[in-house]
Ligand binder design. Structure first.
Ligand SMILES: Nc1ncnc2c1ncn2[C@@H]1O[C@H](COP(=O)(O)OP(=O)(O)O)[C@@H](O)[C@H]1O
Ligand SMILES: [Mg+2]
Length: 237
């Protein structure tokens, strides 16, 4: 199975979600072998992974792979190889690339496309201009892709009512773009959890002695687990 985090706009939480969903307890229990795959030339996750290696973090059932090629056939070949070796591929897709190449590619090959998006006019306009035409085109070619595209409300206010956020997206989105019944809320924990190559769970362990930091980490971990649970739920339908 291939799950991609896609959003033509930068800084909406794609890389953060990709890595932490890969490391969530739900995913790791459900999928014996997971490949976290970065298509982003910026290499946010590649740098994070090298910090992980420097600090000798446990690999467990997760492999990391950075694909730097911009050639469609080459990328496809690498993805197919990874698919043969792993039950789940999680793709981190760059916001910007020439002709939205990576976004189009990921939207076309993935079983589930997750679109982290803020409740902001900026994000909505960017989505309408950039991602929507790609989604429409894919659905035109393949009607079954109507079940593939899900908004993940991101950077939501920690006190926002989840039901209202979901209702908001449901109202503004066409019927072929769904909304994950889980949110990724704004948290200061995301400023520094990954510094030593940590994932959220490892960061949480490292701040256990500090009640405030630990509490923030736990809230974020619970949200990521809820998102992972929904992804598994959708993909098993
Ligand atoms: N839920 C969140 N709350 C607050 N900051 C976040 C959250 N998720 C990510 N961030 C921060 O926002 C920035 C962009 O996140 P990132 O995952 O790299 O986005 P993208 O991959 O979409 O460009 C990073 O500095 C990251 O640490
Ligand atoms: Mg990114």
């Amino acid at each position: 199975m291939i799950v991609a985090f896609v959003q033509t706009k930068g800084g909406t939480g794609k890389s953060t979600l990709a890595l932490n969903v890969a490391y969530s307890k739900y995913m790791r229990k459900e999928f014996p072998s997971i490949a976290l795959v970065e298509l982003d030339p910026q290499g946010t996750l590649r740098k994070w992974w090298s910090r992980r290696e420097q600090n000798a973090h446990k690999k467990g059932n997760i492999v990391f792979h950075h694909i730097s090629s911009e050639d469609k056939d080459e990328i496809l070949e690498e993805i197919e190889m990874l698919e043969n070796e792993n039950e789940l591929l999680i793709l981190d897709v760059p916001g910007e690339s020439i002709g939205k190449f990576h976004t189009k590619f990921a939207c076309a090959v993935s079983d589930l496309v997750l679109i982290p998006m803020r409740t902001s006019t900026n994000d909505e306009e960017a989505f309408e201009d950039n991602l929507m035409p790609i989604i429409k085109k894919i659905i035109e070619i393949d009607q079954e892709s109507r079940d593939v595209f899900y908004i993940v409300p991101s950077f939501t206010h920690p006190l926002a009512n989840k039901v209202n956020v979901l209702a908001y997206f449901k109202e503004i989105m066409p019927d072929f773009v769904h909304c994950l019944p889980a949110v990724f809320s704004f948290g200061s924990v995301f400023e520094n959890f990954s510094r030593g190559g940590n994932n959220l769970i490892e960061y949480g362990e490292s701040v256990k002695a500090n009640a405030k930091l630990y509490d923030q980490a736990k809230k974020a971990i619970n949200e990521v687990e809820a998102i992972a649970k929904e992804i598994i739920q959708i993909s098993s339908n």
